[in-house]
Design a protein around this ligand. Structure first.
Ligand code: SF4
Length: 408
């Protein structure tokens, strides 16, 4: 069985597959490692935020109504903690998305939830409203790790959230794990993965804690720089990654992306759209969208909404859009992104299709780099009349950044 809509595989329809992303920024508390557009709020402005989302959806649907026929194969409610959204307001938003966009009947509709923020009544209401996939932010089942990560839930809450999801009828559940906070060991990281496997969700994401790049200014990163916190070094973190992977593979999950594992047919549709360079409408504070509007100089536009909920709501109330900044992507920019994200996937990317899509030479230009990656056992290549697939090997996925940077 597969949960991958036909529009992604191109099996039965000529409509262009897209995703719709809705961001809900509110959380019960702010985790010290979090660099998402999220904020702890004692009183969430549920009605006002929902009205802003509904208004922005109208603007976005008009943008996506131009050009080729598109079909939404995924709707993703991320955050923040969207399971804090009042279920009746969540239902209004989802029903408006169905009214404004052509949403495939079997579309993946994901809601992110945090343990401790929900009960069976709420989960059942989200399910009844149309959510068919739950993403639960477990992070760890180890009580010391949960404290180190600043999470407010307990290990018991995480297990209960999963069981509640099942009781509410969710047949597609994904659990998020993080390894590498202070005090985490390879043994406890492996135990976290084993516990996740024992619950038997359809999908597991296992990320290493990241305190660089966008996360450089989060409180945990600053505490590490001040020497108040010590996190496992890169070598230990790598060892943890190997141990986690071994447990997940032993448990029957396939690694289909660097940090993502799934039972057959349950690979995340939504994230796969990002990794394959496809379009997504995006509403809500901090949301980032991508639409292909081909001109000679550009393949499309990427935009980002205000990260502050107040500024976002005020902007939407005034203009109908939350867009705070945008950029036109040149074919060269897009090529870099497609190489970078496409190589994250175990399926790899089709260089012949990429050339057709961007009207750029790829294979001739990068012949030496591709040959070297293959010779070094970092990548493998399958060439047929119809395609030319370059994919990273299991070892190559661990060296993804290094491999992808060879093209830049
Ligand atoms: S619950 Fe998630 S989104 Fe909210 S602060 Fe923590 S990590 Fe960030």
């Amino acid at each position: 069985m597969t949960n991958e809509p036909a529009a992604v595989t191109g099996a039965t329809t000529s409509a262009v597959p897209i995703g719709v992303y809705v961001h809900f920024p509110y959380c019960l508390s702010k985790c010290p490692y979090c660099d998402f557009a999220s904020r702890a709020e004692a009183v969430i402005p549920q009605e006002r935020y929902t009205e802003a989302i509904l208004r922005e959806l109208k603007t976005q649907s008009a943008r996506f109504a131009q050009g080729p026929k598109r079909r939404a194969v995924s709707v993703y409610f991320g955050g923040g903690t969207p399971s804090l959204w009042e279920p009746k307001l969540f239902a209004r938003v989802l029903s408006e998305i169905r009214a404004l966009f052509d949403v495939e009947a079997a579309a993946e509709i994901t809601l992110e939830a945090n343990p401790g923020t929900t009960d069976e009544g709420r989960f059942s209401a989200f399910r009844a409203a149309g959510a068919n996939r739950l993403s639960i932010g477990v992070q760890s089942f180890d009580s010391h790790q949960l404290v180190a990560l600043g999470r407010k839930h307990s290990s018991g809450d995480a297990v209960r959230a999963f069981q509640t999801a099942r009781a509410a009828g969710f047949k597609n559940v994904t659990l998020d794990l993080i390894h590498g906070a202070e005090g985490h060991t390879t043994a406890t990281a492996a135990k976290d993965a084993r516990t996740a496997v024992e619950l038997s969700p359809e999908h597991i994401s296992a990320y290493a804690l990241t305190l660089v790049g966008l996360a450089e200014e989060v409180p945990m990163a600053k505490a590490v720089r001040r020497g108040e916190l010590v996190v496992p070094d890169d070598e230990v973190q790598e060892e943890m990654g190997h141990a986690v992977r071994a447990e997940l593979l032993k448990g029957g999950y396939a690694r289909y992306e660097i940090s993502n594992y799934a039972r057959p047919g349950f690979e995340a549709v939504h994230n796969s759209l990002y990794w394959r360079g496809l379009e997504y409408a995006a509403v809500g504070c901090g949301a980032c969208g991508f639409v292909k509007e081909r001109t000679d100089a550009s393949v499309g536009k990427r935009w980002q909404n205000d990260r502050s909920p107040e500024k976002y709501m005020a902007r939407v109330e005034e203009t109908g859009s939350g867009e705070a900044s945008s950029e036109q992507l040149s074919p060269e920019d897009h090529l870099k992104e497609r190489l970078f994200t496409g190589l994250r996937l175990r399926e790899g990317l089709d260089l012949a299709a990429l050339e057709r899509d961007l009207s750029l030479e790829v294979r001739a230009r990068f012949e030496t780099e591709i040959e070297t990656l293959v010779k070094q056992g970092i990548a493998e290549r399958s060439v047929s009349e119809a395609s030319d697939i370059l994919r990273l090997t299991e070892r190559g996925l661990d060296l993804h950044s290094e491999a992808a940077l060879r093209f830049f």
